[in-house]
Design a protein around this ligand. Structure first.
Ligand code: MRU
Length: 351
């Protein structure tokens, strides 16, 4: 059977960007319309849309909205392109770690810059390209899912962190794409989901997706993974990525690094599932990946209620970097990349 996820996280409607408001999940599954480039900046920063590939598409739609706004103010192409560049830079600053945002926004800006069309023609081209990127994202995820499923043994328990599912992409998912493709072949597999403090993407979003699709999932707190690995209850770890350096070092949701260390100690294979657009070949190692620092209330409060003493110091990095030597393989739309990652990544881009 082919496993279909009905979720479409984000899509261009013809006049605006429509997306699932992920801050409401699991209480409500509600679509919101984003109608201006400023609203798009806020939606990305406030995590109404989240997950590297979904943020990328949001950025692409953001450029379309910016182009529509600027087109109302000028008919001079060089003024238009100058303004568009400023808006593109602003959109890219909404979240610094997920490179898909920079990738998609730059792609849109380059398209506008190189176009020989009139301004209104460029706006149409940007809309079409945004829709193309949406469709490609789903196709890419299915390929990632199918390559990854080949690594999943009969009846396996897969541990995942954060949410790298349909809701982190346009649809289907990367790490959860692997789960969906594997489950389609073998419905005895199951998932263990880390809750993923502080934003609880695992508890709120991953369990929502998997329960909705009828895929068995057990929720655990972040500190439990070593315990279950020691008991031999975890067969593999599959997580997503926000940015992968040219040597395979991988930034993903904070806590991924701890998980990779625990997996290495217990000889549990640890895989990254990500599209090639998440690989940033302009940086050599993970040390160069900018790590987003988020608001302290994400740590001090749960559901608006303070959970710690007033005056406590807080640090809240959103991501950490897992060194390449802890990664068993990187599952991409071009197949599974293995160490030496410098070489295998280079080959994936040239094939
Ligand atoms: O802060 P978030 O929720 O945007 O972080 C998401 C993750 O870390 C995901 O694992 C990553 O973006 C991959 S999504 C396919």
């Amino acid at each position: 059977m082919e496993f279909k996820s009905k979720i479409k996280t984000i899509e261009w409607t013809g006049s605006c960007s429509r997306m699932v408001d992920q801050t409401l999940i699991p209480y409500e599954y509600k679509m919101v319309d984003i109608k201006s480039s400023k609203e798009m900046f806020d939606a990305i920063r406030d995590m109404i849309v989240r997950g590297a590939p979904a943020i990328g598409i949001a950025g692409a739609h953001g450029v379309v909205l910016a182009a529509m706004e600027i087109a109302k103010k000028t008919q001079d192409k060089s003024v238009f392109l100058n303004e568009l560049k400023k808006h593109a830079e602003y959109l890219k600053s909404a979240r610094p770690t997920a490179v898909n945002l920079m990738w998609a926004v730059d792609k849109q800006y380059e398209l506008a810059k190189n176009s020989e069309n009139s301004i209104s023609g460029i706006v149409d081209e940007l809309k079409e390209n945004g829709i193309k990127l949406e469709n490609e994202d789903i196709e890419i995820n299915k390929k990632i899912g199918d390559y990854g499923a080949e690594l999943v043994k009969q009846g396996a328990t897969i541990l995942t962190h954060c949410n790298a599912g349909a809701l982190a992409t346009v649809g289907y998912g990367t790490a959860l794409g692997v789960v969906r493709s594997a489950y389609a072949k073998d419905n005895t597999i199951q998932v263990f989901a880390d809750e993923t403090r502080p934003r609880l993407q695992g508890a709120r979003i991953t369990t929502f997706e998997l329960v909705t699709d009828g895929i068995p999932v057990t929720l655990i707190t972040d500190g439990m993974s070593g315990y279950f690995m020691k008991k031999g209850m975890i067969d593999m770890v599959v997580v997503g990525a926000d940015r992968i350096a040219a040597n395979g070092d991988t930034a993903n949701k904070i806590g991924t690094y701890n998980l990779a260390i625990a997996a290495k100690y217990h000889n549990v294979p640890f895989y990254i599932a990500a599209p090639l657009s998440t690989i940033d070949t302009s940086i050599n190692t993970g040390d160069e990946i900018p790590i987003e620092e988020r608001g302290h209330e994400e740590v001090t409060h749960v559901n608006g209620k303070r959970i710690c003493a007033e005056g406590v110091k807080v640090i809240n990095p959103g991501f950490d970097v897992t060194p390449n030597e802890l990664i068993s393989g990187i599952i991409t739309e071009k197949g599974v990349l293995y160490p030496d990652y410098k070489e295998s990544i280079k080959q994936a881009f040239s094939s």
